[in-house]
Design a protein around this ligand. Structure first.
Ligand code: NAD
Length: 266
C-alpha cells in the first residue's frame, strides 16, 4: 500500500483536530507535520485523545515542509491564511487539499495558475461531506422531473447566517435544471414569512434549534406524490471520507479542482 505523507494546517482548530484524529487512524496516511498559531508544542495524538503520535504542532509552514517532505497539505484555517499556505505548498511541490471556506473565485484562478505553472494538483472543497454533495446532486436530478419543490434546512442555533450556503447552492443547482417554472397561486400570508424565503424561484425555510447539527431536506411535489431527499450531518466525522477521497485523488488533478462533486463519478 502506498502511504501518503501529509501535513495539516489549522491542526489545533475544530476541523483540524477532528480531521487529524481521523487521518492518524487511516492506514494509507502518515501525518508527518502539523501547523497552527495555537497549541504550538502539543502532540497531535494526545491533543485528539489518541496515543502520542510523535508529531507536534509548530508555527512555520515552510520549515515543516522542508523538514518532513510531505506530498499533501490539508488546510482548515481561514481564507487569507489558506491562500498564503497554498502558495507556500505549491511552490515546494506539495499538493494542497483545502477545506477552508471563503476563498474568492479570483483567488482560485490565481492558485490554479500557480498550480499549472508548477504542475501540482490541488483540491478546494467548501463541503467535504459526501452525503451533502450527493443530496445536492440528486436534488438537481429530481428537479428535471419535479419542478415544484421546497427546501427546508435545519441547523444548530449558533449558526448566524440563513439560509445556509448548502441551501443556496442546492437551489442554484435545481433552478439550472428546471426548464419551466410553474405558475404558483398567490398565497395570502397571514403572518409575514409564513411561506419562507424565495431564492431562484424556490421556497427556502431555515430552522434554527438547539440539538440540531446540520440537516437539509428537499421536498418535491408532483401529481399524487411527494419525493423527499434528506441529508443529516450528525458530527464533523462526516467530512472525513470526502477529505480522504480528495487526498487520494489530488495527485491526478491538473491545476485546482473546485468542489468534491468534480472528483466523484456522478
Ligand atoms: P477554527 O477557528 O476552529 O480553526 C481554525 C484554525 O486555524 C485555528 O486553530 C487557528 O489558530 C488556525 N489558523 C488561523 N490562521 C492560521 C495561520 N495563518 N496559520 C496556521 N494556523 C492558522 O475553525 P473551524 O471550525 O475548524 O473551521 C476552519 C475552516 O474550515 C473554516 O473556513 C470553515 O468554514 C471550514 N469548514 C469546511 C468544511 C468542509 O467540509 N470543507 C467543514 C467545516 C468547516
Amino acid at each position: 500500500m502506498v502511504t501518503i505523507r501529509v501535513i495539516v494546517t489549522g491542526a489545533a482548530g475544530r476541523m483540524g483536530r477532528e480531521m487529524t484524529r481521523g487521518l492518524l487512524q487511516a492506514e494509507d496516511i502518515a501525518v508527518v507535520g502539523a501547523v497552527d498559531r495555537q497549541q504550538a508544542g502539543a502532540d497531535i495524538g494526545t491533543l485528539n485523545g489518541l496515543p502520542p503520535a510523535g508529531v507536534t504542532i509548530t508555527t512555520d509552514l515552510a520549515e515543516v515542509i522542508a523538514a518532513t517532505r510531505p506530498q499533501v497539505m490539508v488546510d482548515f484555517t481561514v481564507a487569507a491564511a489558506a491562500l498564503a499556505n497554498a502558495r507556500i505548498a505549491v511552490e515546494r511541490g506539495v499538493s494542497p487539499v483545502i477545506g477552508t471556506t471563503g476563498i474568492s473565485l479570483d483567488q482560485l484562478d490565481e492558485l490554479h495558475q500557480l498550480c499549472e505553472d508548477r504542475q501540482v494538483g490541488a483540491v478546494v472543497a467548501p463541503n467535504f461531506s459526501l452525503g451533502a454533495v450527493l443530496m445536492m446532486h440528486f436534488a438537481g436530478e429530481a428537479a428535471r422531473y419535479f419542478p415544484r419543490a421546497e427546501i427546508i434546512e435545519m441547523h444548530h442555533d449558533q449558526k448566524i447566517d440563513a439560509p445556509s450556503g448548502t441551501a443556496l447552492k442546492t437551489a442554484e443547482l435545481m433552478a439550472a435544471r428546471i426548464k419551466e417554472t410553474p405558475k404558483l397561486l398567490p398565497v395570502e400570508e397571514k403572518v409575514a414569512g409564513a411561506r419562507g424565503a424565495t431564492y431562484q424561484g424556490l421556497a427556502v425555510h431555515s430552522v434554527r434549534l438547539p440539538g440540531a447539527v446540520a440537516h437539509q431536506e428537499v421536498i418535491f411535489g408532483g401529481q399524487g406524490q411527494l419525493l423527499t431527499i434528506r441529508h443529516d450531518t450528525t458530527s464533523r466525522e462526516a467530512f472525513l471520507p470526502g477529505l480522504l477521497l480528495a487526498m487520494r485523488k489530488v495527485n491526478q488533478c491538473r491545476g485546482v479542482v473546485y468542489g468534491l462533486e468534480n472528483l466523484l463519478e456522478l
